[in-house]
Design a protein around this ligand. Structure first.
Ligand SMILES: Nc1ncnc2c1ncn2[C@@H]1O[C@H](COP(=O)(O)OP(=O)(O)OP(=O)(O)O)[C@@H](O)[C@H]1O
Length: 337
């Protein structure tokens, strides 16, 4: 296990901003943190980055209990990028190489890593290496800040709204670079993002925070709008292939709904069902998770959904990737975010 938190609390003055009884996080995964303003997301990120100590409780990192003595050692493996990251008032190459030099890498490795990291965030090294910090757009500056972290090939990359104030091109490049870091170096990504559609479709697990507490942990499905209001009070989304998804309840401002993977049922035949949603799609991927559960990734029209089923059910239905399948869930299973 990469992190284990036990009875961790963080107080500011007398107010408890974070209270986590138990949290286990595995290496090599993408974790998305979601929750309203003030729910404790940044507080949790700072604690996981070892930039802040909890007021109470224990953090275990790679099997060792974290103390104020050994935190600086672990900080070498973990790096955090903020919303409007500040650059050093120097050239791009000085910014990206700074952390590597601090960690004592030789000059050849520094050069290779700097070029690699700039390419990862879509900045041509020949154009950008010698640019000064003031010759960059906001999006480019944020990409340089990310490159400086990627150059370290960190074990853990923590991101606090990294794309909140950047242009669309930079946003896409930052998102791509993050996924690449996970794939190439098995970097664990722990990330807060306003782009819920992207976060929910990319993250292996979503942690939902509310009032400083983790109220839900697990994979989630996300369905963005637009939604059409129907006369019966339901809302409907039309997929490009003509299928419709129905959800109940009053829509939220984000216009995005989430459905727990355990609420999604699979059927070989189009059964008569009381559930409002009966859709047709195919199985894209199957993987074991949590012992005897299987995570089935489904493509339905242009959207992707994950269902969690037991291996016994998967055997009975003879599920396999590529197979066509019916997907059933209630309109009430969808929660507006
Ligand atoms: N340095 C601080 N001193 C006092 N209170 C703080 C401090 N930092 C955070 N808080 C409080 O702790 C609570 C959690 O804040 P935190 O920044 O972790 O939330 P968040 O979920 O990241 O919010 P946002 O989405 O607005 O960034 C809030 O009530 C906030 O006001």
């Amino acid at each position: 296990m990469l992190y284990e938190l036990r009875d961790v609390k963080r107080f500011y003055n007398d107010r408890c901003a974070l209270s986590v009884d138990r949290l286990a996080m595995e290496g090599g995964k993408i974790y998305g943190l979601v929750g309203p303003n003030g729910s404790g997301k940044t507080t949790l990120l700072r604690i996981l980055a070892f930039l802040d100590e909890p007021s109470e409780g224990q953090i275990i990192y790679k099997g060792s209990s974290v103390t104020s003595q050994n935190a600086s050692l672990f900080r070498q493996e973990v790096t955090m990028l903020l919303q409007n990251a500040r650059l050093l008032t120097r050239k791009v190459k000085d910014n990206v190489s700074y952390g590597l030099k601090l960690r004592g890498y030789d000059s050849k490795t520094v050069k290779t890593r700097v070029v690699e990291a700039l390419e990862m965030v879509g900045l041509q090294p020949k154009d950008f290496l010698n640019r000064a910090w003031y010759e960059l757009s906001g999006g480019e500056a944020q990409r340089v800040a990310l490159a400086a972290r990627l150059a370290l090939r960190p074990d853990v990359l923590l991101l606090d709204e990294p794309t909140a104030n950047v242009d669309k091109v930079s946003e896409a490049l930052i998102n791509q670079a993050v996924i690449k870091a996970k794939k190439e170096w098995k970097t664990t990504i722990i990330m807060v993002s306003h782009d819920l559609g992207w976060l929910y479709s990319t993250a292996d697990e979503i942690l939902s925070l509310w009032g400083g507490r983790i109220v839900h942990q697990g994979p989630e499905n996300i369905i963005p709008g637009p939604w059409e209001k129907l006369e019966n009070g339901l809302h409907c989304k039309r997929l490009r292939d003509g299928q419709k998804i129905y959800v109940s309840g009053a829509p939220s401002q984000s216009g995005v709904v989430s459905i727990s993977p355990s609420e999604i049922l699979l059927a070989e035949y189009p059964e008569r069902t009381s559930a409002r949603n009966l859709l047709y799609g195919f199985i894209r991927e199957m993987a074991y998770c949590n012992g005897s559960q299987i995570r089935v990734t489904l493509s339905i029209g242009e959207i992707s959904l994950v269902a969690l089923i037991t291996d016994e059910a998967a055997r009975e239905l003879k599920l396999s990737p590529g197979m066509n399948i019916y997907v059933v869930f209630k309109a009430t299973a969808a929660k507006w975010l």
